[in-house]
Design a protein around this ligand. Sequence first.
Ligand SMILES: [Zn+2]
Length: 113
Amino acid sequence: METVISAIKTAIEKSRGRAVIDEENVRNVTSAPLNLVKELLVELVGHSKLEPRFFWPCEDGLGTTREATNVSDFPLVIECRRCGKSHHFDAARVEVHFVATADLLIDLSISPP
Ligand SMILES: [Zn+2]
């Protein structure tokens, strides 16, 4: 548990607060079980240390077409800036990642990016 938290803090420190954290990258550096990593990420959100960011990936696999702080900020249809086609919103395709809150940056003595 401590190693998972310190791995998250190290990633954020190295990126000077710009790191986008997700369960896969945390698991890769800690080899902690996925359910424990998920639980800790949710806990850190509850303690206002991390906040979620939602990413809508291009259906053609060309990367993120839109990013939002709330799923409800996404439109029902988007003109994709990656492929130029229209994509329909599908909650199942949205990816959740996490970024440091101002609170965590203060804990780590990092100026906000
Ligand atoms: Zn697209």
